[in-house]
Design a protein around this ligand. Structure first.
Ligand code: SF4
Length: 203
């Protein structure tokens, strides 16, 4: 997942998938193989993943070297640590902040966390679960706090929640020009009701 996040930047999933597949074919995905791969192989994958390919190729190598030096080549060691230490260990890697670390912890079935990407977070803010705070991290924590106690402990269900909120944010609840008029959630959404002139009585 860390290689997936770093092989591309600001591209859609299809293009990211092509870059990742190229990395798999040209270098491999284990720490040993990425660390030993020719730079051109890493660059070939990174070029498919958007801007600044040289920087991202170097990051791929750094990720592999860090995995070898700190985790003996096996990041499952990090997942076995107590949760705060596991989160901290994952955040050693480039581009992995709290949301990225928590996504890994959730998707690997390590911890039932409400991990959200920016699309999912936007949906929850617009639906009114939390307010937008002064920075992304504060808004992210505010959404998690608002839903604490309601999310259960089923990682598979939370992965589905993550994916559905992400997709809703990508396809309907877009950053600009959200498609509130055709959104099935509009009557439950303060933002959507204002945007469409829908009233609670009409709903
Ligand atoms: S009604 Fe609009 S703002 Fe609300 S969830 Fe749907 S698309 Fe997003």
């Amino acid at each position: 997942m860390i290689l997936w996040e770093n092989v591309a930047y600001l591209v859609d999933d299809s293009r990211r998938g092509k870059a990742f597949d190229t990395l798999r074919k040209k270098a491999g995905l284990t720490a040993e193989r990425v660390a030993a791969a020719p730079r051109e192989a890493l660059l070939e994958a990174a070029r498919l993943g958007g801007m600044l390919p040289e920087m991202r190729a170097d990051r791929l190598r750094f990720i592999a070297q860090l995995t070898l030096s700190e985790f003996q080549g096996d990041l499952r060691r990090a997942l076995k640590l107590p949760l705060p230490r596991a989160r901290k260990a994952l955040k050693l890697f480039p581009t992995i902040g709290d949301p990225g670390a928590e996504k890994i912890l959730l998707f690997t079935g390590t911890a039932p966390i409400l991990a959200l990407d920016s699309n999912g977070l936007r949906v929850l803010v617009r639906l009114g679960y939390c307010a937008e705070r002064k920075n992304y991290g504060a808004t992210y924590r505010s959404a998690q706090e608002a839903l604490a106690g309601q999310i259960g402990n089923d990682c598979a269900w939370l992965v589905e929640v993550h994916q559905l909120l992400r997709r809703h944010g990508q396809e309907l609840c877009r950053r600009s020009q959200p498609a509130c008029r055709i959104c099935p959630l509009v009557t439950a959404c303060g933002f959507g009701r204002i945007a469409t002139g829908t009233t609670l009585a009409a709903s």
